[in-house]
Design a protein around this ligand. Sequence first.
Ligand SMILES: C[S@@+](CC[C@H](N)C(=O)[O-])C[C@H]1O[C@@H](n2cnc3c(N)ncnc32)[C@H](O)[C@@H]1O
Length: 230
Amino acid sequence: MWLNLISQLSGTSKGDRLLDLGCGTDASKQLVARGYDLVSGAYRSDQDPIAEAEYKAWFEPLGEELPPGAAVLDLGCGCGIPTSQLLADRFAVTGVDISRVQISRAASLVPRAKFIRADMTTVSFPTGCFHSVVCLYAMIHVPLAEQPALISSIHRWLRESGLALLVVGSRAWTGTEEDWLGVSGATMYWSQADAQTYRAWFQAAGFDVLDEVFVPEGTGGHQKFLMRRA
Ligand SMILES: C[S@@+](CC[C@H](N)C(=O)[O-])C[C@H]1O[C@@H](n2cnc3c(N)ncnc32)[C@H](O)[C@@H]1O
């Protein structure tokens, strides 16, 4: 059913490439969706050469391994810049995001990709339908208790030997911040495990970890994992 839905998003106009399934009723998901609706522009403008250069290097393994036109899922795609845009140069990209503003900007800014507004923990795709799943700085907004099942879903959606590129937490922390990024009324929620826990969850789901790197940010940072569906 889901693959059919993706293939139905086949027109070239923005409306034909964007499906809105809402953000669900869960309080933490609604907080995140509303938060990103408010901070979308403050988080990332329509062009971001610094992030683009950094992410481009991260995507090299995908470029080297995947055939042109490969199906790639960008989970928590944000405004589409730079991930969906960079990957859509070569691959068939589907972006998923819970924020109405983020996904609407993505559909405008990346005309070659398809987009679905949905909660990544409830959206569903057929087994083995993607060559690669990319999820950068987005799983860390999903309550910890839901993350192992989401990791299993990502594993299931990948073809055999498919690649997953995920940026997740490095240090365990769950909490909220008010007026995030200086935007009045924007409350944001995070929930993240430490790197060791993520590594154990990935291996338990059936991933082989190919590469693992700490990505510094301010006084902390995140953990980037490149993995293969075993
Ligand atoms: C920090 S931004 C990262 C955006 C993009 N991946 C990047 O690296 O530039 C996190 C994104 O994940 C989305 N997100 C958070 N929780 C989500 C969920 N449960 N389902 C889908 N998207 C979610 C947010 O709306 C936001 O756009």
